[in-house]
Design a protein around this ligand. Structure first.
Ligand SMILES: Nc1ncnc2c1ncn2[C@@H]1O[C@H](COP(=O)(O)OP(=O)(O)OP(=O)(O)O)[C@@H](O)[C@H]1O
Length: 606
């Protein structure tokens, strides 16, 4: 911790980056897939490869949706159907341009995803999976019963695609287009995940509380990723129509929806390239099993489905992150290239003048059913104050934190921030106004690096959106975000650990990382929930130094802490709570001398 509060320039340079083997491997893979049709590969394998590309597009959407964001959809096949039927209907019945059909198909899928998502994504739990099943069933039976879509016979005679006057056919020519679209989509998705909106998407799986406290609208990002998955599925459907040259409802039924999910889970549900592996393994194994199993069993049937079910259980047991993890383990882990030296600072807010009234907690109350966890608690924080909130276990400290930061709704009372009423605002709006926090139980994204976790705190200070991120036009802002994240890590003495995975840190460093993340939001008030818990003595001293330094820079702090020595040595004022009420408020000396406080901690009458 010797480097606490050092400037970025003094921080030891990040370890040298390992060779870009991954990038080379993926470039090679892309090149092979694109030149494959020009090689003397049998037509059978070109067809298989076309299927794999088409399936991978859908599985890619599920990687984002299910693997990264933690949302399950069984209805992706229906979105594929939307793309396919739009292509077939427009080109066969209306003789329209296939490219117009692509636009329209994607548009309809986006609209359907927006409606479905708007209804279900605010609700947690099983609503989305159930809604996607219903959507899959509705679309399947609609396609099968509509006269103008040819009922269960579907639409025949879809023309082949032509590009620059070149007929792509259904084999080698189309292969190039299928794989260009699949690889470009994978590249765009990989770019997205390594960006400001991507980190927001990656934060969804760990629950809404932390993400919202960093200013992220979790609903908007869930909707975004649901729409992206629908777009990818519709693109696959559009290609499928020109590949099969006929569309009928059966390839878009709910069973196929489950199969797509199976591909994503088997391949590597949180890895972009796992979608390709999953699609390849499922397609190739399915074909082999369809030939082999009837021979082995002596009768035909859908036995491959049963075998797949068993395989899925085995994979989930022994490789819950999918088969791609076996590949990724063999590739060297590349540290992020430290290319942000000299990046312009991020925008910073105007800081309040010392002594300005910041936070007024006015008679707040919180009831959980019959239990009053916080009862008529009032206190004030002025700019530059370090205020402690102490009390025995269950006194209502964390609940008070959650009322101030909008995690919980007030039952009564009001919270004001610089004169503005903020009680009732969502967490992200409160974060936007300059209140940041850490959590009693550390909330982070374990599979992201320390640096990326901290950069999540800079979300509100950036503006790059999804399209910019997908096209990698956001690099300038990314450099600024990472420079800020490193600066905040240096402030708490952790810059040398920025490339480690957050999940590999011990509890103490995880707490410090949360503080760096909160600082990255550029707050005017920092709420720390038990920051010293789990820290060793020296780490606590270093933390106290950091907090004092923050105070000297004008930062205001409210901290809940059980370590009395830590609180007494650091705070200007202390609010003591007991049984949800404010027992007293005073200087550390007054609190220490109070018989009421001593009695509260000892559990005796007062
Ligand atoms: N979501 C909830 N639903 C029901 N009761 C709750 C909820 N959150 C907290 N409580 C109850 O409210 C009371 C105050 O809890 P709170 O966590 O705020 O106390 P605390 O002072 O932070 O305690 P500790 O120091 O142990 O963290 C406790 O009795 C707790 O069981």
């Amino acid at each position: 911790m010797a480097r606490v509060l050092t400037e970025v320039a003094e921080v030891a340079p990040a370890p040298a980056r390992r060779p870009g083997l991954r990038r080379f491997a993926f470039a090679l893979f892309a090149a092979v897939m694109l030149v494959l049709p020009a090689l003397p590969v049998p037509d059978f394998w070109i067809t298989q490869s076309n299927y794999i590309g088409l399936y991978a597009l859908v599985a890619l959407g599920l990687v984002l949706l299910t693997g990264v964001a933690g949302l399950t959809s069984f209805g992706q096949a229906a979105f594929v159907g939307v793309g396919a039927y739009t292509a077939a209907f427009l080109t066969v019945k209306l003789a329209a341009s296939p490219w117009l059909a692509l636009l329209l198909g994607v548009g309809i899928a986006v609209l359907a995803a927006l409606v479905l998502g708007a209804i279900t994504l605010r609700m947690s739990g099983h609503y989305l999976p159930l809604a996607t099943i219903a959507w899959g069933l509705v679309l399947y039976y609609s396609m099968g019963n509509m006269d103008f879509l040819g009922k269960y016979d579907g639409i025949l005679g879809v023309p082949t695609l032509t590009l620059f006057g070149l007929d792509l056919g259904t084999g080698r020519g189309l292969h190039v287009l299928v794989w260009v679209m699949a690889l470009l989509s994978a590249w765009a998705c990989a770019n997205l995940l390594d960006s400001r909106p991507g980190r927001a998407i990656r934060s969804l799986r760990s629950g809404a509380t932390m993400a919202e406290a960093m200013g992220i609208s979790t609903f908007r990002h869930k909707l975004l990723v649901f729409v992206i998955a629908a777009v990818l599925a519709a693109m696959s459907g559009w290609l499928f129509a020109f590949f099969q040259r006929t569309v009928s409802p059966s390839p878009f039924n709910i069973g196929k929806g489950i199969e797509y999910l199976f591909m994503a889970v088997l391949g590597g549900v949180s890895h972009v390239w796992g979608a390709f592996l999953g699609a390849a393994v499922v397609k190739l194994t399915e074909d082999q099993l369809q030939v082999l199993l009837p021979k082995l069993i002596g009768t035909s049937g859908n036995f491959e489905t049963i075998v797949f079910g068993i395989v899925l259980v085995v994979v989930l047991k022994y490789a819950p992150d999918g088969l791609w993890t076996f590949v990724i383990r063999r590739l060297p882990r590349a540290d992020r290239k430290r290319d942000w030296a000299g990046a312009a600072p991020l925008p910073a807010r105007d800081k309040p003048a010392r002594g300005e009234p910041l936070l007024q907690v006015d008679g707040v109350r919180k009831q959980f059913g019959g239990l009053t966890a916080v009862n008529d608690v009032s206190f004030e924080i002025r700019a530059g104050d370090i205020v402690g909130l102490i009390g025995p276990n269950g006194a209502g400290k964390s609940t008070t934190f959650n009322l101030i930061t909008g995690v919980l709704a007030l039952s009564a009372g009001q919270v004001r921030w610089r004169g503005e009423t903020i009680g009732g605002l969502p967490s992200r709006e409160i974060a936007r106004r300059g209140i940041s926090r850490t959590f009693q139980h550390v909330k982070m994204i374990p599979e992201m690096t320390v640096l990326e976790n901290v950069a999540l705190g800079g979300y509100l200070r950036g503006t790059s959106g999804t399209l910019r991120a997908m096209l990698r036009l956001d690099r300038d802002e990314e450099r600024r975000l990472f420079a800020e994240a490193e600066r905040q890590l240096a402030r708490i003495g952790m810059a040398d650990r920025m490339h480690e995975l957050a999940g590999n840190l011990a509890l103490g460093p995880q707490r410090l990382m949360e503080i760096a993340r909160a600082l990255c939001t550029d707050p005017a008030l920092l709420l720390l929930d038990e920051p010293a818990a789990g820290l060793r003595h020296k780490e606590k001293q270093a933390l106290a130094d950091v907090l004092r330094q923050l105070k000297s820079e004008g930062m205001s702090l409210l901290l809940v802490e059980h370590d009395m020595e830590f609180v007494m040595g650091l705070t200007d004022r202390i609010v003591v709570m007991e049984f949800g009420t404010r027992l007293m408020e005073g200087t550390p000396a007054q609190v220490q001398a109070s018989p009421k406080v001593r009695a509260a901690y000892l559990g005796t009458e007062h």
